[in-house]
Write a protein that binds this ligand. Structure first.
Ligand code: 5RP
Length: 219
């Protein structure tokens, strides 16, 4: 029998538990893989008492699991941040934001000494860009940013009806082949009206845990 997507995600989530220490405040990402991680965390006998969350959805799940959600401003640097991704390369560069939580995810990742990314093997790519690149924008600047992205050869589509936890809009940019993720992240960050680019390359993951049909691989 072959492992389905959920089994692979669960394997990656379970493997990340080994990196958790009960005395630290942990950073928590967003998405279905992270939900499996939160559920596994809740079952640990010595689970962390506190966490910093990257979304309202993860905050609600953490609270339901009895893990207190703290404000990042009150806790300072985090030892560990665990999050999923929509695409990942061997260099641990990521595309994130499929769930629309990219801005807070990038903030919590920046505050963490160690960023552990948990994915199933369908997320692995040689070159980023197959998954449309999410970009969070200030609502009044949406069309300004659309024009700037189109001029760079992308096909931005407005994620209509979706509002981020920060009250902003998301553009999903199709048609990009991202040969140099660090340079593109830097360049797109300069467009006026862009809040956050879903490229996590300047600050890549430190560890990539991949759930596969056979088990897990750590990179
Ligand atoms: C949310 C994200 C998620 O990490 C990404 O979309 C992966 O989600 P999933 O674990 O459900 O596949 O970036 O903004």
């Amino acid at each position: 029998m072959t492992a389905d997507g959920d089994t692979k995600k669960r394997r990656a989530a379970q493997a990340a538990l080994a990196l958790v220490t009960d005395d630290s405040i942990i950073g928590i990402g967003t998405g279905s893989t992270v939900n499996l991680f939160i559920d596994a965390l809740a079952r640990l006998p010595h689970r962390p008492r506190c966490a910093v969350s990257s979304s309202e959805a993860s905050s609600a799940r953490l609270a339901a699991a009895g893990i207190e959600v703290r404000d990042l401003n009150e806790v300072g640097e985090l030892g560990l941040y665990v999050d999923g991704a929509d695409e990942a390369t061997a260099a641990r560069h990521l595309v994130k934001g499929g769930g629309g939580a990219l801005t807070r995810e990038k903030i919590v990742a920046a505050a963490a000494r160690r960023f552990v990314c948990i994915v199933d093997d369908t997320k692995l790519v040689k070159t980023l860009g197959r998954f449309p690149l999410p970009i969070e924008v200030i609502p009044m600047a949406r069309m300004l940013v659309v024009r700037a992205l189109s001029a760079r050869g992308g096909r931005p589509l407005w994620r209509e009806g979706f509002v981020t936890d920060n009250g902003n809009h998301i553009l999903d940019v199709h048609g990009l082949t991202i040969a140099d993720p660090v340079a593109l992240e830097r360049e797109l960050n300069q467009i006026t009206g862009v809040v956050t680019v879903g490229l996590f390359a300047a600050r890549p993951a430190d560890v990539l845990i991949v759930g596969t049909a056979e088990g897990v691989e750590t990179r």
